[in-house]
Design a protein around this ligand. Sequence first.
Ligand code: FCB
Length: 470
Amino acid sequence: MTHDSAASQHSASNAILDDDAFTPSPDSALWRRDFLLGAATASYQIEGAATEDGRLPSIWDTFSATPGKVLAGDTGAVACDHYHRWSGDLDLLKDLNFEAYRFSIAWPRVMDASGRPNPKGIAFYKRLLERLKEQGIQTFATLYHWDLPQHLEDRGGWLNRDTAYRFADYADLMSRELTGLVDAWMTLNEPWCSAYLGYGNGHHAPGLSNPRYPTQAMHHLLLGHGLATQVLRANDAKSAKGIVANVGRGTPNSQTPADITAARRFEVQHNAWILDPLLKGEYPAELFELWPGTEPLVLDGDMETIAAPLDFLGINYYFRTNVKSDGAHGYTEVPLPGVERTQMGWEVYPDGLRDLLVGFHDAYDNLPPIYITENGMASDDSVQDGEVVDAQRIAFLKRHLAAVDAAIKKGVDVRGYFVWSLLDNFEWAFGYERRFGVVHVDYDTQKRTKKRSAELIARFIAERNARDGG
Ligand code: FCB
């Protein structure tokens, strides 16, 4: 592209965007002051400082240092250097008018290998939370966003039942240390990814792939969630307790009964595998038709522990998957041609979010209030003349927020929405190439530049506050 055509394209997209401010329809639930608008991050993806102040190695340090596991050999050793730049990052969050911040605590930063507290690591999160409180930003803390201490993986990780008890010890320590500073605790982020990508196909740390592992790893993750929830309730009564599930929309490639079953099985594998134990106290029988012979070892009382009531459910949604029958018990993905996709290759499909929310509302009598704890998209953003015009993201966010509003209108109790992510960051197996932030990060200089999407969100929140009397 010549310089001229880049420049004219740039101003053309600016013009479109000025007409197209981030304004939901007048009857949208988004105008309600109590609908929280926040941004999300995770420790390993932004903090860096991987060996500082007594932080121990996590499975992601090991995995990303293994050649061939992460695109371009990227690691989280420096990431966004948030461990040192946290104060400026929180100023940015405030500047953008976000009302809530979802972040995660790095387990290997706050406990040593014998389970003793690491005061320096704990002090980091205390400072962070205290500043958020001063800023009047609601605090949503995830205990486990995938950075398992490596020493626990060396003893079997989530395949070892003991890890669930170690996780409860960690939750105990954090909730004693941080009581009063956290508005909402989330035990686990996306146990599906930990269990399936970590132990089933090896795409994520610890990189194991054995078809028998995911269901057992999932059981121990969910048990850890249940045990941790008990501890959080005992130590920090005022805060809300929840868990975050990534959910997937599966659609049938044709209306044949076999393809319809395939799409249902996709959703059993992605959604019911996690939500049924949490909300019904049992694993879905269909999961074991899809994966015969993989029933996990479940001890007496485990399912009651797992299914203890939640104050809220966090839902992360990104895309849909179109599937057909594989001729046996499973499904095969059939990518649809001609649809809009993101830098990840994920289809942009806002209706999937609405349909899943409404479907969960119908399927579970005891569905707790929901927060959309992640939604967003990656694009190949760059700074041009000091600006980042992320037109695809703006349209994406508007359409997904409209989908949330549509679900609310159908009776689903959705209390808020967090954009993934505040900053461009370490996108796991894809390293730094995929940019999910509403704020651009230049990894050479660590300079942050607000993208156009961030400015439009900030403008909308300010307008909402002004209408409501500030
Ligand atoms: C989710 C993860 C989050 C981020 C987004 C794009 O699965 O929870 O850390 O990587 O995907």
